[in-house]
Design a protein around this ligand. Structure first.
Ligand code: SF4
Length: 320
């Protein structure tokens, strides 16, 4: 389902994604990198990943427009097959790839895929965070590597359907602004580890049919349902909101409001939840701290009572 549309229909639209400013800046930088038929981008791929090949003059940039994600994915597959067979530098600008996720196709759109003269394929990710003196923020590079690894897996799925099977390179090209300028610079990123981890995670995912089977009978999340019916449908499925959801899930605002209304301690963060053992609501925690409920032998209850006693002592001292 489209969780963004669901969140809006529930009255808690997500603020998930980039700020408008970052979005515009990122688009302007990407347009610059891909200007003139991707000349600069191809120069960077040649320089950083394939210096032994002929320089990428007159590279091909096939048209990839088609109707819907399935149409675009089919067009991409055709273009990649033709480019590999032609043995010429080719830039695929925003191709569409399909990856099997828990038995369902997920459509993915890398910034670019480059086909080398030897027929191999490279994933290119264009980011707007700066590369200072040749290195960028490791957390951001890590996130870009994980993203590129998913594209590599999708390309490998596609390549396996072609004959001969073109090699998919496990070093992606990360293109970023150089220092504080708007000039592009690039670095090759080895994504073998991220690819292996993602592949294992995908293999372990519960099949979508099994998840659907576990849902209550007749439950439906169509965003055009009346708000009350939709809210009841979402509430019928347990959720364990944590602040980490804010940067990862479109339903975060809805789940946060629900979690706060329930007084769930997970809203304070998973580490807090882990420290509190069997106490799952703020009301339980306060009652335990006041000595009204809870087993004094429970380390969480004992720690809460000690904290409450210290707080009372501190307040008394401050009032004296
Ligand atoms: S609990 Fe978190 S991950 Fe699950 S639906 Fe809610 S916001 Fe999304």
């Amino acid at each position: 389902m489209d969780k963004g549309a669901l969140a809006s229909a529930l009255g808690a639209p997500s603020a998930f994604g980039q700020s408008q400013f970052a979005f515009v800046r990122g688009n302007a930088f990407e347009a610059r990198v891909k200007a003139d038929g991707g000349a600069e981008l191809l120069r960077l791929v040649h320089e950083r990943l394939d210096p032994g090949a002929a320089p990428p003059a007159d590279a091909r940039v096939p048209e990839l427009t088609a109707t819907g994600p399935r149409g675009r994915a089919a067009r991409t597959e055709l273009a990649l097959g033709e480019a590999s067979a032609a043995g010429a530098w080719t830039l695929l600008d925003h191709p569409m790839l399909a990856l099997d996720v828990a038995g369902s196709p997920a459509f993915l759109e890398p910034d670019a895929v480059v086909v080398h003269p030897d027929g191999s394929w490279t994933v290119v990710e264009i980011k707007s965070f700066p590369m200072l003196d040749g290195s960028a923020d490791p957390a951001k590079v890590g996130a870009a590597a994980r993203q590129a690894a998913v594209y590599v897996l999708a390309l490998e799925e596609l390549a396996a359907r072609l004959d001969p099977v073109p090699p998919v390179r496990h070093r992606a090209l990360l293109v970023c602004p150089k220092d504080f300028s708007n000039l592009p610079t690039a670095s090759a990123v080895d994504v073998r580890k991220q690819r292996a981890v993602t592949s294992r995670q995908l293999a372990r995912l519960t099949r979508i049919e099994e998840i659907a089977d576990a849902l209550p009978e007749g439950v439906c999340f169509a965003p055009d349902l009346p708000a009350e019916e939709l809210t009841a449908a979402v509430e019928s499925v347990p959720a364990a909101y944590a602040p980490e959801c804010l940067s990862a899930c479109e339903l975060a605002f809805h789940c946060r409001a629900r979690s706060r209304a329930d007084g769930a301690v997970t809203a304070l963060g998973r580490p807090v939840r882990a420290e509190l053992g069997g106490l799952t609501t703020v009301a339980d925690v306060l009652a335990a701290a006041r000595g009204e409920t809870g087993d004094p032998a429970d380390p969480a209850v004992a720690a809460l009572r000690r904290a409450a006693a210290l707080r009372a002592e501190a307040l008394e001292a401050a009032c004296r």
